[in-house]
Design a protein around this ligand. Structure first.
Ligand SMILES: NC(=O)C1=CN([C@@H]2O[C@H](COP(=O)(O)OP(=O)(O)OC[C@H]3O[C@@H](n4cnc5c(N)ncnc54)[C@H](OP(=O)(O)O)[C@@H]3O)[C@@H](O)[C@H]2O)C=CC1
Ligand SMILES: CC[C@](O)(C(C)=O)C(=O)O
Ligand SMILES: [Mg+2]
Ligand SMILES: [Mg+2]
Length: 337
């Protein structure tokens, strides 16, 4: 049976009088820093020279230091720069400045699981991994809720690493939704699997394939966008509130029948075999090795994939349609950033 912790199981007082350094101010970094600050925790942000996020963090009332200075000042160091820059930053700036009895924390176990960071004995090493994109970690918290999270302890030098990590989980709002106890290996492998097979890879491929099928058959791209991308959020909201059954209660019986007979024709035993292969490559380290190599050699494939999809018709059509729906709070990103 999974062990879950909620607000009543965690003591924010454990962070009283402590300084938490949030290293990086991106998707997770801004959310952790601001949620902790709102929870009354003393936070400093560690950023590299010339950081693009520095002004944003300062405008939010946060003290920004270099990564080394922030680490030196901190009792808890949460590493929230991209997975592929963590190992270098850790050895250059964090390790030399880490207090001997500090707590080193992560929001994803990649670098520990695949041996890229080897922390010194004597520090606690733990993880609070929100099961959510960072921008939603902040938005849901601001609305009084929280996103679920995972907690894991890799090294328990103090004997209190779990309770201390739970205090952090409470500070960022995860304990409002539930913080589930796991290991670094389980968090890393399931997180990579989820984002590849379902949440990012699987869903994006499904949406693009559906959109292309309709447009190639001569239907209007705007109809295809509403059908395959926009309405997906409205359907997923029903899963979020009441699972498959509530979605099926809300949609027509015709849609429910289509769900049963067509779903397994699209997601077949071949799809499941592909998922098993993805999982194997995550478990045996092949995925991590390839991704680390991609970063060491300049990200040519990554950049090509990114620019191809930025130019996909569904993105152009979607941008136009969203501009007529200010209530969806349309977001524009600079694809190069
Ligand atoms: N994105 C998400 O929602 C989730 C992420 N995670 C995990 O959280 C961690 C952080 O991911 P994420 O929030 O996506 O990261 P981001 O890509 O959003 O992090 C960007 C931040 O890191 C800074 N940065 C980038 N490179 C360096 C460097 N070499 N030295 C110092 N700072 C640097 C950027 O600086 P600049 O100001 O120059 O831009 C920026 O502040 C990862 O371990 C990830 O797996 C876990 C759950 C979900
Ligand atoms: C689903 C992608 C994710 O794992 C996340 C938002 O949880 C990530 O790495 O960004
Ligand atoms: Mg995730
Ligand atoms: Mg992830």
């Amino acid at each position: 049976m999974a062990k879950l912790y909620y607000d009543n199981d965690a003591d924010l007082g454990r962070l009283a009088g402590k300084t938490v350094a949030i290293i990086g101010y991106g998707s997770q970094g801004h959310a952790h820093a601001l949620n902790l600050k709102d929870s009354g925790v003393q936070v400093v942000v560690g950023l590299h020279e010339g950081s693009k996020s520095k002004a944003k963090a300062e405008a939010a009332g946060l003290q920004v230091l270099s990564v080394g200075e922030a680490t030196k000042a901190a009792d808890v160091v949460m590493v929230l720069v991209p997975d592929t820059t963590q190992a270098q930053l850790y050895s250059d700036e964090i390790a030399p400045n880490l207090k001997p009895n500090a707590t080193l924390m992560f929001a994803h176990g990649f670098n520990i699981r695949y041996g890229q960071i080897v922390p010194p004995a004597g520090v606690d090493v733990s993880l609070i991994a929100p099961k959510s994109p960072g921008h939603r970690v902040r938005e849901v918290f601001e609305h009084g809720g929280g996103v679920p999270g995972l907690v894991a302890v890799y090294q328990d030098a103090s004997g209190e690493a779990l309770q201390n990590a739970l205090a952090y989980g409470k500070g960022i709002g995860c304990a409002r939704a539930g913080v589930l106890e796991t290991t670094f290996a389980e968090e890393t492998e399931t997180d990579l699997f989820g984002e590849q097979a379902i949440l990012c890879g699987g869903v994006s491929a499904l949406v693009k394939a559906g959109f292309e099928t309709l447009v190639e058959a001569g239907y209007q791209p705007e109809v295809a966008y509403f059908e395959c991308m926009h309405e997906l959020k409205l359907i997923v909201d029903l899963f979020y509130q009441g699972g498959l059954s509530y979605m099926r209660y809300s949609v027509s019986d015709t849609a429910e029948w289509g769900d049963y007979i067509a779903g397994p024709r699209v997601v077949t035993s071949e799809t499941k075999a592909a998922m098993k292969l993805l999982l194997e490559e995550i478990q045996n380290g092949a995925f991590a090795e390839d991704w680390i190599e991609e970063n060491h050699t300049g990200r040519a494939r990554f950049n090509k994939y990114r620019s191809t999809d930025v130019g996909h018709q569904i993105e152009h059509v979607g941008r136009e349609l969203r501009s007529m729906m200010p209530f969806v709070n349309p977001k524009e990103i600079n694809p190069g950033s």
